[in-house]
Design a protein around this ligand. Structure first.
Ligand SMILES: C[S@@+](CC[C@H](N)C(=O)[O-])C[C@H]1O[C@@H](n2cnc3c(N)ncnc32)[C@H](O)[C@@H]1O
Length: 387
C-alpha cells in the first residue's frame, strides 16, 4: 500500500473514532464494515492508530500526520512509510532505545514535552518514577499467563518451539509479546490464566489460611478469586459483583480451574445489603475496586486522549463508599485487601487515609506495583486489618 493510501485510511478511521468504544472493539467493527481492506491494510491501520494514541497530548499543535510519524517512530523499531516520509533525517535511528529516540524528537520538535503524553501526571502517586512511567507509553505491554509449575514449563517449551519470544518470571508466570494466539498454539487441556504480572503480585498481600471464609466483593470474572484459590485451595468463598453478566463468565473460568465450591451473589455495594448478608462474617475481603484503570492505559492508549478528569473524583468517592460499606462484614483482626489498577493518588493513598480515619481499619502495608518497568500494568494494593 502506498503511503498516501495508508495516510488516507488512518485519517478516515481517526475521524470516525469518538472514544466511546475501546479502540480494539471499534477497529474490529470498522474492519468488518470495510471488507475491501486486506490483512496488511488492517495491520498497518491498527499499528498507526495505536501508535498515534500513545502520544497522548504531546505535540498537539502539529498536524495529525506529523504526530503519527513521531509516534510511530517512537513506538516501533521498524520503519513505517509515514515515519520515513515525514522524518527523513531519523530513518537510521529507528532501532535505538525509546529514551534515545525521545531525545532526538525533542531536538527536532522543541514543543515536544514528555509530560504532555499523560496530561494528568501531576495527580499520580508519588512512588511512581514519572520519567519511566511516561516513557513506558511508547512500549506495548506484554501478555502474562499464570499456571502451576509443570504447566508453565510445558507451555514455555511449546511456545519456544513455535519461536515465540517467551520469558519465565518465577516458577508460575510467563511473559510474551501481546497478540500471541495461545488458544491456537497450545493443545486443549492446558490450564492457565491470562493475568497481568502486577495483578498476580497483589496475591502476595492475601495470605489466606486453610478453611478461611473470603469474600471477593468486586469479582467480575473472578481473576483475584482464582489467584486466591491458587494460593490456598482450602478456602470458602463468596463472590459478588454488581454486574450479573460478568459473574456468568466467572462460572466458566472457575469450572475450568477446578474451583467448584463457592457462593455467588449479584450485589450493589452502594446499597444496603443487609437482607442478603446479615449473618455473614468473613476472614478476608478482597476489594478490587472499580477505578479509572489508568495503570492499564499502556494497553488502551486511546484513554490518554479520551479520559475525562472529573472521573477521578467520581471513582475516589465510589471506592470510599464501597470500602466503608463492606467492612461491617469483616471479622475483627482480619484483612481487607484494597486493590486498584490506577496511578492516581486520589484512588490510592487518599482512599487509604480516608479508610484509616473513618472505617475502623488499620493499614498494615501498601504498595504501588510499578508494572511500567516490566511491560506490565501499574497497580496499587493495600492490606488493612479491622480494628
Ligand atoms: C476492577 S473490576 C474487578 C476485576 C476482578 N476482580 C478481576 O480480578 O478480574 C471492578 C468491578 O467492580 C464492579 N463494581 C462497580 N461498581 C460496583 C458496585 N456498586 N457494587 C459492586 N460491584 C461494583 C464492576 O462491575 C467491576 O466488575
Amino acid at each position: 500500500m502506498r503511503v498516501d493510501q495508508q495516510i488516507r485510511t488512518f485519517e478516515q478511521i481517526l475521524k470516525n473514532y469518538d472514544g466511546k468504544l475501546p479502540l480494539h472493539r471499534f477497529l474490529v467493527t470498522y474492519y468488518k464494515a470495510n471488507k475491501q481492506m486486506g490483512s496488511s491494510d488492517r495491520r498497518w491501520a491498527s499499528r498507526y492508530l495505536y501508535s498515534y494514541f500513545r502520544l497522548g497530548e504531546a505535540l498537539i499543535g502539529e498536524d495529525p500526520v506529523t504526530r503519527l510519524a513521531v509516534a510511530d517512530f517512537l513506538c516501533h523499531d521498524t520503519l513505517s512509510l509515514v515515519a520515513e516520509q515525514k522524518l527523513p533525517t531519523l530513518t537510521e535511528e529507528v532501532g535505538l532505545p525509546v529514551a534515545a529516540k525521545l531525545a532526538l524528537i525533542e531536538d527536532l520538535f522543541p514543543a515536544f514535552k514528555i509530560g504532555d503524553v499523560f496530561k494528568l501526571h501531576a495527580k499520580i502517586s508519588e512512588k511512581i518514577d514519572k520519567d519511566l512511567f511516561l516513557q513506558s507509553f511508547f512500549t506495548q505491554p506484554d501478555l502474562f499467563i499464570r499456571s502451576d509449575e509443570q504447566s508453565i514449563r510445558d507451555i514455555h517449551q511449546m511456545l519456544s518451539a513455535e519461536e515465540i519470544e517467551v520469558k519465565s518470571i518465577g516458577s508460575h508466570t510467563l511473559a510474551m509479546p501481546n497478540g500471541v494466539k495461545l488458544e491456537q498454539l497450545l493443545p486443549q487441556g492446558y490450564h492457565y490464566q491470562v493475568q497481568d504480572l502486577s495483578s498476580q503480585k497483589t496475591g502476595d498481600y492475601f495470605q489466606p489460611q486453610q478453611y478461611d471464609y473470603w469474600w471477593d466483593c468486586c469479582a467480575a470474572s473472578g481473576g483475584k478469586s482464582l489467584l486466591l484459590h491458587s494460593l490456598q485451595p482450602k478456602i470458602q468463598l463468596l463472590v459478588s459483583d454488581v454486574r450479573e453478566s460478568s459473574l456468568h463468565n466467572l462460572d466458566e473460568r472457575f469450572h475450568q480451574a477446578g474451583l467448584k465450591k463457592y457462593q455467588k451473589k449479584a450485589l450493589d455495594l452502594l446499597q444496603n445489603n443487609e437482607a442478603d448478608l446479615h449473618d455473614y462474617e468473613f476472614d478476608g475481603i478482597i476489594l478490587d475496586a472499580p477505578c479509572s484503570g489508568s495503570g492499564t492505559w499502556g494497553r488502551t492508549p486511546e484513554m490518554l486522549s479520551f479520559f475525562e478528569d472529573f472521573k477521578i473524583e467520581y471513582f475516589s468517592k465510589l471506592q470510599k463508599s464501597i470500602a466503608s460499606n463492606v467492612v461491617q462484614y469483616l471479622k475483627k483482626d482480619k484483612p481487607l485487601i484494597y486493590i486498584t489498577c490506577s496511578v492516581f493518588k486520589a484512588e490510592n493513598e487518599e482512599v487509604v487515609a480516608f479508610l484509616e480515619a473513618n472505617a475502623g481499619l488499620k493499614l498494615e502495608k501498601m504498595d504501588l506495583i510499578q508494572g511500567y518497568t516490566e511491560k506490565a500494568d501499574t497497580m496499587f494494593v493495600a492490606r488493612f486489618i479491622k480494628v
